[in-house]
Design a binder for this molecule. Structure first.
Ligand code: AMP
Ligand code: MG
Length: 409
């Protein structure tokens, strides 16, 4: 049997980086910038007021008190957006709004609350130190500084910084395109009444969602007949059908049964089927499928049981797919104290569903939920972590420390 680490490497070797494109910053949300982004302008771009108030020379109001306020003539009204360059003459004040450019000669802003709010003349009741309520040009970022380093993922605040710097477009990796192919004649679409022996198809929706959550694009396909020629013909159509396909991801049809269409159609066609020493998810396959016209596409064949399929996606597909888009590949792993005794099959790395909780002191504990079998989708749906039990371990006692993979950011 192949180890999880070896199979992960075999799958990762099939992936290559997606092309780089230039997109509007709004469309780059969740994607990673390919280059360092340098600030073309400073932020702030000019000295400006941090308050609604009065631009003054601090020394001129040094003796102001509530009883004997300093009175200054107000000679200008500076609103945010005024573009003329002003100068503050001695013994005068300019009324100034937040974000408005500071006049030359002013060295402080007195907040309107410390004044009588006068329009032609202002009475100032308290002195302020030089520099008060002034936002200096370049104090946030100076032109030429690195605003974002290559590889930074764009969330709302990074998009905000780019917008503030006047950046309209950034270079990012194109999304990774995955065709998610479900096989099995028992699988029905939602909305139909099920006959005995039929189930609703769930891997397609789940794996497409997983691909999208990881930053990729997914197209679901359901292939029904157990016919290898038709299966290969369908793959060929998908590959040569026009749109880019970076990966074909199948589920089902790879284990030891009699109707294993994926395995039967692809064994000997560039895809290697192996047993991986893991639970869930032992039957796996990966390789490069060559379509009839010579185009070849990476293919990963996941087992059909929903928990196996989803766990296999997490372990084998998600990391290299994210890396191909320049995104951080790995989920956070941490140590946690196990709340219950657990058994794990010796010789297989086990990924059990768990709920991780962190107490006020920051200590993490993990509660294993649901049986190990791989049809218990409901428990997977209430887990926030996978408990990763090494292959050489069979008994894990409550209270011991285990490694968990956090499924949430
Ligand atoms: P297979 O690997 O095709 O033998 O499938 C193993 C188990 O997973 C069977 O119980 C299948 O019915 C189930 N299964 C396979 N594919 C899907 C799917 N797309 N949605 C839900 N269950 C599936
Ligand atoms: Mg099947």
């Amino acid at each position: 049997m192949r180890s999880v680490a070896d199979h992960a490497r075999a799958v990762a070797d099939l992936f290559s980086p997606t092309p780089v494109e230039s997109v509007a910053i709004a469309d780059a949300l969740g994607r990673a910038v390919v280059d360092d982004v340098r600030a073309a302008v400073s932020l702030p771009g000019f000295d400006n007021s941090a308050m609604d108030g009065y631009a003054v020379r601090a020394a001129e109001i040094a003796d102001a008190t509530a009883d004997t306020p300093t009175r200054l003539t107000v000679t200008e009204d500076i609103y945010a957006g005024r573009t003329d360059r002003l100068r503050l003459d001695p013994d005068t004040a300019h009324r100034i709004m937040t974000g408005a450019p500071l006049p030359e000669g002013a060295d402080a802003v007195v907040a309107v609350e410390a004044t009588d709010g006068g329009v032609d003349e202002v009475a100032i009741a308290t002195p302020v130190a030089e520099g008060t309520s002034i936002r200096r040009a370049g104090s946030d970022i100076a032109a030429g500084d690195t605003a974002l380093t290559a590889g930074t993922v764009l969330h709302a605040s990074q998009v905000g910084l780019l917008a503030a710097l006047g950046v309209a477009q950034v270079r990012v990796h194109e999304p990774f395109h995955v065709v998610v192919l479900s096989t099995g004649s028992e699988l029905m679409a939602p909305g139909v009444d099920l006959d005995h022996g039929q189930i609703y198809e769930s891997n397609g929706a789940m794996l497409c969602a997983a691909v999208r959550e990881a930053g990729g694009r997914a197209t679901p396909v359901h292939f029904v007949p157990d016919d290898v020629e038709q299966f290969r013909a369908r793959l060929d159509t998908m590959i040569t059908g026009g749109g880019r396909v970076d990966l074909i991801l199948t589920s089902g049809g790879v284990s030891a049964g009699a109707y294993e269409v994926v395995k039967d159609a692809l064994a000997g066609h560039g895809v290697e089927f192996v047993k991986v020493a893991m639970q869930p998810g032992m039957p796996q396959g990966c390789g490069t499928y060559s379509a009839a016209d010579g185009v070849s596409v990476p293919i990963v064949t996941l087992p059909g049981n929903p928990v196996s399929a989803q766990v296999s996606f997490e372990i084998f597909v998600r990391p290299p797919m994210r890396a191909a888009m320049g995104l951080p590949a790995d989920r956070t792993r941490r140590r946690a104290r196990l709340t219950d005794d657990m058994r794990s099959p010796r010789g297989k790395e086990q990924f059990r569903r768990g709920v991780v909780a962190v107490d006020a002191e920051g200590t993490a504990s993990v509660h294993p939920i649901g049986p190990p079998s791989s049809h218990h989708l409901r428990f997977l749906a209430s887990a926030n972590a996978l408990i990763d039990i090494p292959a050489d371990t069979d008994d894990v006692a409550a209270g011991s420390t285990v490694e968990v993979i956090l499924l949430e950011p």
